[in-house]
Design a protein. Structure first.
Length: 185
């Protein structure tokens, strides 16, 4: 069955084929599913580093980086494979500050896997594409978060509709001013 909002589903929910990359990027959140997926990809040998990103959030009680990195260690990830970015307060900063970490550590990055919530995948991808050099190839590996929101069910619950429509609004707010700079690159 088709719906008038299928274009929103197609726009918001991004998923690509995953292959070997230089780093796995995890924009901050307190959803353990993110790090579980990132660790699984790491253990498959798809990247030598995981870079969780995120600063202090009162609802987390610590930095998102600390929250996520503890999960990775619990799953047996070697600490030296976890890079640190613990200042970001939103997705654009996750991307901006993660880029700085990679450059400061001298890590080469031509291809990166973004592990993010399914309903956050378009905004996350756009943020990393905006902040990173245009030559970087991004792969997107979305996870279903604790709310269970997917491309197949977001429109069936009040929380799903609210969260996805908020994503649409945030994309407009984040990127409206950037579009002219993208055209003129």
């Amino acid at each position: 069955m088709t719906y008038p909002f299928d274009c929103i589903t197609d726009f918001i929910f991004v998923e690509t084929e995953i292959s070997s990359a230089d780093v796995i990027l995890v924009p901050g959140a307190n959803h353990p599913q993110l790090m579980e997926k990132a660790v699984d990809l790491y253990k498959q040998g798809l990247a030598p580093y995981i870079l969780p990103s995120g600063g202090y959030k009162p609802h987390v009680g610590t930095t998102e980086w600390e929250y996520l990195s503890k999960i990775a260690i619990e799953y047996g990830l070697p600490e030296e494979s976890i890079l640190k970015e613990d200042k970001a307060q939103h997705t654009l900063e996750n991307a901006r500050f993660s880029l700085k970490v990679l450059r400061d550590k001298g890590i080469s990055f031509n291809k990166a896997i973004i592990v993010c919530k399914a309903g956050h995948s378009r905004r996350a991808l756009l943020c990393y594409q905006h902040e990173f050099p245009k030559e970087v190839d991004f792969l997107v590996s979305p996870v279903v978060d604790r709310h269970g929101i997917t491309k197949d069910n977001w429109f069936l619950s009040e929380i799903g509709i609210r969260r996805i429509m908020t994503e649409v609004q945030k994309i407009g707010k984040y990127f409206g001013d950037f579009i002219p700079t993208w055209v003129n690159k």
